[in-house]
Design a protein around this ligand. Structure first.
Ligand SMILES: C[S@@+](CC[C@H](N)C(=O)[O-])C[C@H]1O[C@@H](n2cnc3c(N)ncnc32)[C@H](O)[C@@H]1O
Length: 276
């Protein structure tokens, strides 16, 4: 059951891509490739405990994509995570390629989507190219996981260049206001039957939101496994996005939501269209 907004965590459990890439896990199952973004256990916890964001965003995203569905266009999802929005896109009838930087997330997505899974691709923004698309969407603020604002600017160019003429783009992204409104945020814990998470927050700079995350998931023998990740998000002045996107041929606006959902304070949505 979805929690009421006031009981939900600050948007998500934490982001990936630390500035220094320092992620610490105390179990051998997590290899070096997974460690760069979401490791195995946090990917599982995100899937099991943080589906409310995709549920909230999906109706608005699908409404924005109606013209793309009508022309059987290809939707490319960035930062697809465990495939929660992906499933909504596929169920609605979209042709989808879902991408993410975390192999562990893509593994969870593959399991979750099963035989209905669309093509899943490992794409690490801003350095990897995206497939050419009639729409590019992303929720759960994947661009904030990039190490700095310059990297986010480069990712924006990658996104714009991958959009076909008339293509639609929509993604959420944390503004500087995300950090400002959480300056005194206290740590929080959440728990489900097969997962638990404790997150401590800090805001060492106006453009940085840091999470120290401890997760617990059960082992096959019933014991519990503990792991930890250190995540840093880059926050940006989202009011500059329309001008930056316009410079690469995408006209759009920044708003509070994809549709009628209420997003956490400081999380903004850019939506726009590439010149026909
Ligand atoms: C908070 S999760 C959101 C996942 C999913 N979209 C959802 O809402 O459930 C953020 C996702 O962004 C991905 N990500 C982080 N850095 C990325 C990068 N540089 N390029 C692409 N994806 C990235 C992470 O691996 C993670 O799956």
């Amino acid at each position: 059951m979805q929690q009421p907004a006031e009981l939900r965590p600050n948007g998500d459990e934490g982001a990936a891509a630390t500035a220094d890439r320092s992620v610490f896990c105390d179990h051998a199952a997590v290899g070096a490739a997974d460690d760069r973004y979401y490791g195995h256990d946090l990917a599982l916890v995100h899937h099991r405990g943080f589906g409310f964001h995709a549920s909230a965003c999906a109706p608005g995203v699908l409404a924005l994509l109606e013209p793309v569905l009508a022309r059987n266009g290809l939707v490319v999802e960035i930062g697809c995570g465990s495939g929660l929005l992906t499933r909504e896109l596929v169920t609605a009838g979209h042709r989808v390629i879902a991408t993410d930087a975390s192999p562990a997330m893509l593994d969870v997505a593959s399991d979750y989507l099963g035989p209905d899974a669309p093509e899943l691709q490992l794409v690490v923004l801003p350095d990897d190219p995206l497939p050419d698309a009639d729409a590019i969407v992303g929720i759960g603020h994947p661009l904030n996981y990039l190490p700095d604002a310059e990297a986010i600017d480069r990712a924006i160019v990658v996104i714009a260049n991958a959009l076909r003429p008339g293509g639609i783009v929509a993604f959420d992204i944390c503004d500087l206001g995300w950090g400002a409104s959480r300056r005194d945020a206290v740590g929080q814990g959440r728990v489900g039957p097969d997962w638990a998470i404790i997150t401590e927050f800090s805001t060492p700079a106006p453009d940085r939101f840091v999470r120290d995350i401890t997760t617990f998931v059960p082992n096959a023998d019933g014991s519990w496994r503990r792991a930890a990740e250190h995540h840093e998000n880059t926050l940006i002045d989202t009011s500059q996005l329309p001008e930056k996107l316009a410079a690469v041929g995408v006209t759009g606006t920044v708003s509070d939501a994809f549709g009628n959902e209420t997003l956490p304070e400081g999380l903004r949505v850019f939506s726009g269209e590439r010149e026909p």
